[in-house]
Design a binder for this molecule. Structure first.
Ligand SMILES: Cc1cc2nc3c(=O)[nH]c(=O)nc-3n(C[C@H](O)[C@H](O)[C@H](O)COP(=O)(O)OP(=O)(O)OC[C@H]3O[C@@H](n4cnc5c(N)ncnc54)[C@H](O)[C@@H]3O)c2cc1C
Length: 463
């Protein structure tokens, strides 16, 4: 068995793993990426969030135009008995709209970027070993990889971390096939009694139709797919019969209990290995890229500033968990909006009462504010440039993620000032920062229920 020694070993060359590896190499770490090429997967009409280019640009990266196309301008949502036509592109088309991606090309771009940043890419299938990884390679001997830190970017396989997953009380299967296009453009999402359908244009001028169903219902894939397609109205969007076989994929959401551990050497999970979002989100790829790029900063801190290692790993775990929990709540609420089928198993299992997003708060000119129950200041890791550093943040029990700054104002300092002074007018006048920014941050603390109206010390206030 041969041995490779590296600073960091990454398992999985999808968007999360390749971007994590590339960024770690840019930080001068010696990185090995173990990559098991994916079996040719059917092109899906995968959408990429409008904020992805901005995220990548903040790391000096840019998606080549060959990787995506703008989404057609109309997005039709037939849900809860309503049909909404939503613009997928902003008015004026400033290039910030949603995109449809070619996942094969996106993955190739990300992996090529890792290679050119100096990452050593090994083709094979990795499993975990006592002090690193063992890689099975085709027609070659097994390879051992010893590293100071490991990244699990193996997607749903979760080869290093999957035992630690929290799963919901349902399983979802996606059944996918292609059709010839009809005369109507646009993407479509439509609910039916036992699931929902997504359709979008894909490469080669075809249209992808993907049906989400309870896994238990998805046996006899083609028959079930045809039944579902008959229940929705694809009129004008597709023509003729299926052009491809119906393929099934598990799309059940889950999340790791902790996406970062430091028993021995640091191990972080990124992308789908850390959590898979319900496909309704359309955010999996964007989340995977963000997760990989941030994890590189987390590991840079853990390895380069060991005094902050624990803080950095806790930052990663809290961020991944918070994102997944926020998505669960939001998407549970979206499932609950389909009231027509509320009694059907598919919808009953997925619907959740969620609190509506807080409306923007207009601060009165004056009045008293105090800390909400359980709201407090804590020291946590925050992202600052290319490091995770300790900083004071505000937290409260039922909010999934801590908050650091709004409008450039350190929220912990403002929270403390209000707790001491109480008055809105005095805080706006005396807090040492420009008044409009203080007003914005104060309104945010009220809107997010860190601060509530009332005099300090009144019942129901801070612990
Ligand atoms: C049907 C369907 C529709 C979707 N639609 C959308 C959408 O519209 N928009 C969106 O943003 N997202 C969508 N997603 C989700 C999106 O595809 C994922 O969130 C994203 O691919 C996660 O990226 P990743 O890098 O974490 O994992 P992956 O892309 O899964 O990459 C993991 C890599 O690890 C490799 N690997 C696995 N095991 C090993 C091993 N033992 N050794 C070495 N390598 C290994 C795999 O071969 C793969 O290359 C969809 C997913 C599905 C299934």
């Amino acid at each position: 068995m041969s041995l490779l020694v590296a600073d960091v070993a990454v398992v999985g060359g999808g968007p999360a793993g390749s971007l994590a590896a590339r960024q770690l190499a840019a930080f001068d770490f010696d990185v090995v990426l173990v990559h098991q090429p994916r079996r040719q997967r059917q092109h899906l009409g995968e959408s990429l969030s409008a904020s992805a280019p901005r995220l990548l640009a903040s790391y000096g990266l840019e998606l080549p135009p060959s990787v995506y196309e703008p989404r057609p301008s109309d997005h039709f949502v037939r849900w809860g008995g309503r049909e909404d036509r939503i613009a997928a592109q902003p008015e004026g088309g400033d290039g910030e709209g949603q995109r449809l991606i070619r996942r094969d090309r996106l993955d190739d771009w990300a992996l090529a970027g890792a290679r050119s940043a100096g990452v050593r890419v090994v083709e094979g299938s990795a499993t975990t070993a006592a002090d690193g990884l063992v890689v099975r390679r085709q027609d070659q001997d097994e390879l051992r990889v010893a590293a100071r830190a490991l990244v699990d970017a193996s997607g749903r396989s979760g080869v290093l971390t999957r035992r630690d997953r929290d799963r919901p009380g349902f399983r979802t299967t996606a059944l996918t096939a292609h059709f010839a296009p009809g005369e109507r453009e646009g993407t479509l999402i439509e609910s039916f009694p036992d699931g929902w359908v997504w359709s979008a244009p894909v490469v080669g001028g075809r249209r992808d139709v993907t049906v989400m169903l309870d896994a238990a219902d998805a046996g006899r894939a083609e028959e079930r797919f045809r039944e579902a397609v008959r229940e929705v109205d694809l009129g004008g969007f597709v023509t003729g019969d299926l052009l491809t076989p119906v393929r099934a994929a598990d799309v059940t959401p889950y999340r790791l209990r902790s996406a970062a551990t430091a028993e021995g050497s640091p191990l972080v999970a990124v992308g789908d290995a850390a959590s898979a979002l319900d496909p309704l989100s359309g955010l999996g790829t964007m989340k995977a890229m963000d997760s990989g790029l941030t994890a590189a900063i987390v590991l840079r801190t853990a390895l380069g500033r060991p005094q902050n290692a624990e803080l950095a790993l806790a930052f990663h775990a809290a961020k991944e968990r918070g994102l997944a929990l926020e998505a669960e709540e939001r998407l549970g609420g979206f499932h609950a909006e389909e009231t027509r089928f509320a009694q059907r198993g598919f919808w009953r299992r997925r619907a959740r009462k969620s609190s509506p997003p807080a409306p923007p708060v207009r601060l009165p000119a004056d009045g008293r504010l105090r800390a909400a129950a359980g709201a407090r200041v804590e020291t946590r890791g925050v992202l600052q440039g290319d490091w995770i550093v300790p900083a004071e943040v505000v937290v409260r029990p039922d909010r999934f993620r801590p908050a650091h700054k709004v409008a450039g104002i350190a929220l912990a300092e403002l929270f403390r000032a209000v707790s001491a002074w109480g008055g809105i007018r005095r805080t706006l006048q005396e807090f040492p920062a420009p008044e409009p920014a203080v007003r914005t941050a104060l309104a945010w603390l009220v809107g997010e229920r860190f601060l509530i109206p009332g005099a300090p010390g009144a019942p129901g206030g801070a612990d």
